[in-house]
Design a binder for this molecule. Sequence first.
Ligand code: PGA
Length: 247
Amino acid sequence: MIIYAAKDYEEVSKKAATVMGALIVSKPNAVLGLATGSTPVGMYRYLVEWCKNGDLDFSQISSVNLDEYRGLSGDNDQSYRYFMNTNLFDHVNIDKAKTNVPNGLAEDADQACAEYNAIIRSMGGVDMQLLGIGGNGHIGFNEPSDVFEKETHVVDLAESTIQANARFFESMDDVPKQAFTMGIKNIMEAKKILLVATGAAKADALYKALYGPITPQVPASILQLHSDVVVVADEEALSVIREKGLL
Ligand code: PGA
C-alpha cells in the first residue's frame, strides 16, 4: 500500500487526479471505477482542466460507478448519474454511452444487480477503482454489517443517512430509502484501488481501515487484502494514524 500525505483538500485533489491521470495516459482505453461524494469533486475538477488543456484524452475511456439511489432518475439533481454528468462527464470528451451508473429506476432489483455485475465483467474488469470512505468505514454503500456483501445489491439506507439527506428533498417521502451498490467482491476485483480521504471526521475510520482488524464492521478494512492500493489523504484524515506513530 502506498500512502500519499497531502496538506489539504486541494493537494489531495491534485495528487489523486495525478494518479488517475497517469493511468489515463498510460492506458487510454482504461476502465475507471468512479465514486461520488464531496471528496472527489476537486479531483474531478483537475481531470476536467487537464482534459480541456489537452493533457488528458477520455475518448476511449469507459467507466462504471459504485452506486446509485434507488427510485431516482438520472435527471434528478440528487442522483449520482446527475452528479457524474455535472462534475465530470459533461466536461470531458468521454463517450457517455460507455459510462455506467446503476439505473435507480430499475423495477426488478435482482435483475438490475445481475445486469450491473455482467456489465463490469463485460468491460474486462475495472483498472482503477476510486473510493471515498465513510466516517463509519463504509465504501460505496457497503455499510458496517455482519458480512461482506459480495456483488451488486440493494441496501436499505441507515436512518441517519435518510435524515442527513432529507435537506436535499422537498418532503420525507421523496428521500430515497434504498440504494444500489457494488459489493465488496466487485470492489476488490479492481486491479488498482485509489482511496481518497480528507478531514478529521475520517481520521478514525481511516486508521481502522488501514491498520485495524479486517472486519465487515469496517468495510474498508478489506482493502488491507488488496495488493495495489494507493491512499491519498490530508493531514487531518491521517491524524489518528500519525498519533499512533504508524506513519
Ligand atoms: P464524502 O463521502 O466524500 O462526501 O465524505 C465519502 C463516502 O461516504 O464514501
